[in-house]
Design a protein around this ligand. Sequence first.
Ligand SMILES: C[S@@+](CC[C@H](N)C(=O)[O-])C[C@H]1O[C@@H](n2cnc3c(N)ncnc32)[C@H](O)[C@@H]1O
Length: 275
Amino acid sequence: MNSQDFDFVAQLLRRRAGIVLTGDKMYLLESRLAPLARKEGLPSIDDLIQVVRARRDERLITQVVDVMTTNETFFFRDKTPFDHFKEAIMPALAPARRGQRIRIWNAACSTGQEPYSLAMMLDQSPLLAGGVPVEIVATDISDRCLERARQGLFTQFEVQRGLPIQMLMHYFTQQDDHWRISEKIRSMVTFKKLNLMDPSFTLGKFDIVFCRNVLIYFDAPTKADVLNRIASCMNPGGFLMLGAAESVIGITQAFENSQDRRGLYKLSQKTAKVA
Ligand SMILES: C[S@@+](CC[C@H](N)C(=O)[O-])C[C@H]1O[C@@H](n2cnc3c(N)ncnc32)[C@H](O)[C@@H]1O
């Protein structure tokens, strides 16, 4: 691939998904685009890029962006965020609800392990929500991931990563060489396509946002923009959970650090008043 083609795809990705692709990622581009070229019946990546450039075919552009997303995820990833959920977030929110439902948004949910982890936790500890209904909305830009997430079908490798064996036995049934999540847990999560680059989000207001391991792909102004738009669709007293390598510090004042809990932020009171 020549450098002009690389720049073309890098710009496309940045514009469409906010993802920054640095010059050292040529290998990544090639390894991800080669299977797509084959699937489209094109002899090489160069031909694929030529077709994208010439035809501006929306379907193909969407697929190029989709295959370039990194979808690494696993059940109960990093553990600590789920401890925060159980020990700090739900105990702070649930008593104040007086019957009103709690809404959770899992932004950038990949293939579903993250929202299903939350759903299993809630199912295991009904007292966590203090008797109020909880809604989980999980979104991603990738149609490929969303399709897999909605199926709730996981490989042996995937269920071996982070999922306690008791939960595997309780919530999954084996289907050939895959494991299917129970209908009860599956139905607790609604999956929707959403691009974090969209100028506004139309999913209503949320009390909890898990947005982990996606901001790392964006540049600083995009991170600020996304975080401010997330803040604008949160209820006062809302919580934001970021990934281990992500922070709001120096990026936005819409959230306040939660002192002793890494990765956990509260919607700042000033932001809550403006919203
Ligand atoms: C590394 S995964 C993280 C999954 C999960 N949150 C976790 O921490 O395990 C990043 C996800 O972000 C999604 N993503 C990337 N750019 C996005 C965008 N602009 N809008 C929405 N999702 C995006 C990718 O499709 C991918 O599934």
